[in-house]
Design a protein around this ligand. Structure first.
Ligand SMILES: [Zn+2]
Length: 469
């Protein structure tokens, strides 16, 4: 049988029956349907098959299995990672108590000592090892090593995300994202590989996010995708412009967003502009997917517990009760190349009670965003800057984009991108809208810009704090 499958007489894929969009391609000659895909695809499907069951497990069972894997991870880290050699206990029952007793790993530690955090004995079946680089918006990026097994887990989890949101792999998809090499510019953009997972699909249309909003809308109108994935602030710009110009994009079924926290009111805005919903993903370059939007509840995310443990803790390191924002710590259970144990990813989030969809995967009820972008109050405390939605501002004046920058403990600088200069009265009302959300005691200076620059990673920031602690 093996010879039949791999022998020199085996027909090449091209000689097999024609591919059918949205179904799995078989790599075994004489087998058209159901298909047997390539081994690396089968591995992802084998993990996904287990996720089909584990997502319904009670929280306690999920946790017990996580600690089983954590035991393996900790002993590997103690044995082969210089940073953890002295830090980790020689033995002990691995459970929540032990995990919470371990020190938090900061982003700065990963930036400054990548070598001491790397394993010098990655087991062969986990290799090869690749470097990933986070698109840090300020300062140095974080670089770390990720095993082939860890990448496999990430792919299998993204397959779950597609399933949760009911996507049809036979339909056209498009992505508007950051290409560091400057490729994918309009008018044509470029072609990215299809959905993967062995499915026969069309290539995905890809456009560089540095294209103007007009160019992006024109490109989408020509591409006619069913699914579009992009950054939330970019989707906000697309929806705002589409509403202003009366553009309807035909055929779109769903948007998916990632890489930034969702701006206030974005879901409603997208529904009004395009008549469809969006599915948001909470992820990081360092860890891959962290939580996916619940298939039943838009405002809820489920932690991907088969691959990581997420803790939300306060300033003193104590677990935050549900609904209270705290620092996000992630333990990646499967990356043996650079074990991240209680890694402070730099976000704030809130957990929530168990979800009535029936999944035992823990709930994150809100992802607030980057910790460094918190408003610093005169008394030294920090809090989340709540800000008016684009809609609210749009009702006052034709504001297309804004950025609020905290300069010191009294002054905020509001940069506006508007279709025309605002009247004195409009400017006063815009300032009042910000003051009612952020607090009355701030002095807000307004200036105008043609556009607000994206960060190196292609992102926008609605709020930036320039005050050092
Ligand atoms: Zn749910």
């Amino acid at each position: 049988m093996a010879n039949e499958a791999t022998g020199k007489n085996a027909p090449a894929r091209a000689k097999g029956p024609p591919r059918v969009a949205g179904t799995v391609d078989s790599v075994v000659p004489g087998l058209a349907w159901p298909a047997l895909p390539a081994p690396e695809v089968m591995a992802a499907l084998a993990l996904h098959e287990q996720f089909l069951h584990s997502e319904w497990w009670p929280a306690a069972r999920l946790e017990a299995m996580q600690y089983r894997q954590l035991t393996v991870l900790l002993s590997h880290a103690k044995r082969s990672v210089p940073h953890y050699r002295a830090l980790l206990p020689a033995s002990g029952t691995v459970g929540p108590g032990l995990l919470r007793s371990l020190p938090v790993l900061s982003r700065v530690q990963v930036q400054e000592n990548p070598a001491t955090l790397a394993s010098n004995a990655v087991p062969k079946p986990h290799q090869p090892v690749n470097a990933v680089r986070s698109s840090g918006s300020t300062g140095r990026p974080v670089e770390l090593k990720v095993t082939a097994i860890s990448s496999l887990f990430r792919r299998a989890l993204y397959l779950r995300e597609h399933r949760w949101h009911g996507r049809d792999f036979g339909l056209a998809a498009a992505t508007i994202r950051n290409f560091r090499d400057g490729s994918g510019m309009p008018p044509e953009g470029k072609r990215a590989p299809g959905w993967g997972y062995g499915y026969a699909t069309r290539p995905i249309g890809a456009l560089n996010i540095r294209a103007t909003v007009d160019q992006q809308l024109d490109w989408l109108a020509r591409q006619r995708p069913a699914y579009v994935s992009t950054f939330p602030t970019n989707l906000r710009a697309l929806a705002t412009e589409a509403l202003a110009r009366g553009i309807k994009l035909e055929g779109i079924r769903q948007f998916s967003t990632y890489a930034e926290s969702l701006p206030v009111g974005l879901r409603d805005l997208v529904r009004r502009a395009f008549g469809v919903a969006l599915a948001d993903i909470y992820s990081s370059e360092e860890t891959g997917p962290i939580a996916f939007q619940c298939p039943k509840h838009e405002e809820r995310y489920h932690v991907q517990s088969e691959n990581l443990i997420v803790e939300v803790v306060d300033e003193a390191g104590r677990p935050c009760p549900h609904g209270v924002a705290g620092r996000v710590l992630v333990t990646d259970l499967h990356n043996l190349a650079t074990p991240l144990i209680r890694y402070e990813i730099g976000d704030h989030a809130e957990t929530g009670p168990a979800c009535d969809c029936g999944r035992g995967l823990p709930v994150i009820s809100r992802v607030l965003g980057r910790t460094r972008n918190m408003l610093r109050l005169p008394d030294g405390r920090t809090r989340w800057p709540s800000m008016p939605s684009g809609d609210e501002l749009g009702r006052i004046a034709p504001v297309r984009q804004f950025q609020l920058v905290q300069k010191d403990l009294q002054h905020l600088h509001l940069v506006l991108v508007a279709a025309r200069p605002l009247s004195a009265d409009e400017e006063k009302r815009v300032k009042a809208a910000f003051a009612s959300d952020i607090g009355e005691h701030w002095q807000i200076a307004v200036s105008y810009a043609k556009e607000i620059a994206r960060t190196a990673g292609g992102k926008y920031e609605d709020f930036r704090c320039e005050v050092t602690a």
